[in-house]
Design a protein around this ligand. Structure first.
Ligand code: 1CP
Length: 344
């Protein structure tokens, strides 16, 4: 089994044989095999069973020829162990019946012994490392994105409860963000110890912040998260991803990450101008482009690839794969990117 390390090389801005590709939410409802497994198990039941979880993680790698696997899990997985019960509801997402709204709710949260409580995560990662011939990406939710589910009680449009706490109760906000940072540091370390070869931090909903508010309410916590994981292990590439973050990119870079994940609202050239040359970039095809005719889809992918002028690029979507996408569309796209001639 020849190990394909193009993804790790791109994260480290080293020369690659081809531009590596993976897709956010590459394991999911667009796959008939995944839907079949979901008839028998809930998402969290899959996550708790290492053999099945490893199989679901491997499925897209085998089916799409992508250059990395991402552990099948959800950003909420560690939150239950931190004392906040949640449920992933069909067609909605993570829901919390007793949302976190004040200091006493936060005081009940803890940083548990993740190694004990999440032994199934360790086992799944160890299994996958024996099975995979591409790198395995571990991940966690960023403190703000996690807080948004925990305070709102579920997915939200404008995060009113979360931002009310943030603006009105500085002590509670600091306590909540800090307990989440502590928890995510331990959770990422657990994934490193188990064998994860790169880690992505999903700050999916941070794009709702102004620059001023990001600096005041998010940046210090993200800095602590990235600095701490880097000092634990400086060889594991860290990917920092958010949606709708074009106006925040310099601050996101300042927060940390070897690779910055972009959505499709900014061009690679503009992002490079903001970010400079000392980080890698991941992105950034509009996920709805997968519904365009093949020639248009390839044009859109080419437009991205033509802007890649140096090492340090990972091809991905700007956000997750949506359920109606055809498997063949993604597989053909992977091959299209792999065959694209490198400029360097
Ligand atoms: O039951 C199902 O199959 C429902 C869909 C689903 C899936 C496939 C959910 C519910 N979570 C997942 C798995 C998942 N979640 C992965 C799998 C690995 C892969 O990419 O293949 C990952 C990385 C996540 C991470 C995640 N969960 C994020 C960050 C990424 C992103 O999309 O921005 C977020 C925001 C969540 C919350 C979540 N979980 C599920 C849903 C539907 C949502 C979004 C809800 C919302 O709109 O707020």
């Amino acid at each position: 089994m020849v190990f394909n390390d193009n993804f790790l090389k791109a994260c480290r801005r080293e020369k690659v044989e081809h531009i590596p590709v993976w897709y956010m939410r590459q394991a999911g409802r667009y796959q008939p095999e995944y839907k079949k497994i979901r008839e028998s198990y809930t998402l969290m039941e899959i996550v708790h069973q290492p053999e099945i979880c490893a199989e679901v993680t491997r499925m897209p790698v085998e089916e799409l020829d992508v250059d990395a696997a991402i552990l099948f899990s959800d950003i909420m997985t560690p939150i239950g162990a931190m004392g906040v019960p949640f449920e992933i509801r069909e067609n909605i997402g993570p829901c919390i019946d007793n949302p976190i709204r004040n200091a006493s709710d936060i005081a009940r949260m803890k940083t548990p012994d993740f190694k004990k409580e999440l032994s199934y995560v360790t086992e799944t990662i160890q299994l996958l490392r024996q099975q995979l011939s591409v790198p395995l990406i571990g991940f966690c939710g960023a403190p703000y994105t996690l807080a948004s589910y925990m305070v709102e009680g579920g997915p939200s449009k404008n995060y009113i409860h979360t931002k009310s706490m943030m603006y009105n109760n500085a002590i509670a906000w600091e306590a909540l963000m800090n307990v989440l940072v502590d928890g995510m540091i331990e959770y990422l370390k657990l994934q490193i110890d188990a064998g994860a070869q790169a880690l992505q931090v999903f700050d999916s909903w941070v794009g709702s912040f102004s620059r001023e508010d990001y600096k005041a309410y998010v940046l210090p916590y993200m800095k602590r998260l990235f600095t701490s994981v880097k000092s634990y292990n400086n060889r594991i590439p860290l990917i920092h991803f958010g949606v709708n973050t074009a106006h925040l990119l310099d601050l996101i870079k300042e927060a940390g990450g070897d690779v910055i994940g972009l959505d499709w609202r900014i061009s690679i050239t503009d992002a490079r101008n903001i970010l400079g040359n000392d980080v890698a970039i991941q992105g950034n095809l509009d996920p709805t482009a997968l519904y365009a005719p093949k020639n248009q889809l390839e044009e859109k992918a080419s437009l991205i690839l033509e802007q890649v002028k140096q090492s340090g690029f990972v091809f991905n979507l700007g956000h997750g794969v949506t359920p109606q996408v055809q498997v063949k569309t993604l597989k053909d796209l992977t091959h299209f990117v792999h065959d694209f001639e490198l400029k360097n």
